[in-house]
Each structure stands twice: as C-alpha cells, then as structure tokens.
Write a protein that binds this ligand. Structure first.
Ligand code: ZN
Length: 117
C-alpha cells in the first residue's frame, strides 16, 4: 500500500513592524511562507506549487497574501533597518489603502499592472 498526499508547511520568516491596512494600527506583522509538497509515506518529496507568502497582522488578525517579490523586499527592509519601536511602520502614506504597510512600487502590489501606461 502506498500512502501519498500533500503536506503544507508554514514557515515564519520574520516579524515586521508595519502599518496595518485593515485596522490602521502600526503593529507587528508575521511574514509567513506557505510551502506545499507532495509527500510519499509522509515524507515530503518536492514542492508542487510556488511558495505563497502571507502577511498577518497580530493586532486584528487580518491576513493578506503578498507576492514573493514583496516578501523579499520586506525581508530586506527588516534586515537592513531592524525593528523600529515607537516610530511605527516604515511607510506611513495611504490611509485606507489595504497595502499601506507595504512598499509602493511601480506596477502596484501585484506586480505588473496591465492598465498602466
Ligand atoms: Zn490589523
């Protein structure tokens, strides 16, 4: 009998101090990576899908999925600047913007914007 299936693993990459786009509070966000793997006899063999990155606000619990590029940028920022207690999020612009806590870049948070001239 062959036992196989999918296993998913959630890896916490970093805790980032960001301004939450949902509750508007500058709070710690957990940056997590979700990896799904095909497993045989409960042994994960290989990834079946690209890793997904998620950012979860520890204040309100809102979770948003972000691109790998965004995740890497956030990680690079966290590594370069370190935590900034008291000052809040590195990016403060954009009230009501669900992506206010994330770096603004050409093409928007989802990468290439097809409507951009
Ligand atoms: Zn929040």
């Amino acid at each position: 009998m062959i036992i196989f299936g999918m296993s998913s693993k959630l890896v916490q990459l970093a805790m980032l101090n960001l301004l939450c786009g949902y509750c508007g509070n500058p709070s710690a966000h957990g940056l997590r990576k979700l990896v799904r793997k095909f497993s045989l006899f409960f042994v994960p063999l290989f990834p079946v899908a690209p890793a997904k990155y998620r950012l979860q606000c520890t204040f309100c619990g809102a979770e948003s999925e972000i691109s790998k590029e965004n995740a890497e940028q956030l990680l690079a920022q966290a590594g370069g600047q370190g935590p900034q207690p008291g000052t809040g999020a590195p990016q403060q612009q954009g009230g009501g913007n669900p992506f206010a806590g994330q770096p603004q870049q050409p093409g928007g948070p989802y990468g290439q914007n097809p409507y951009q001239s």
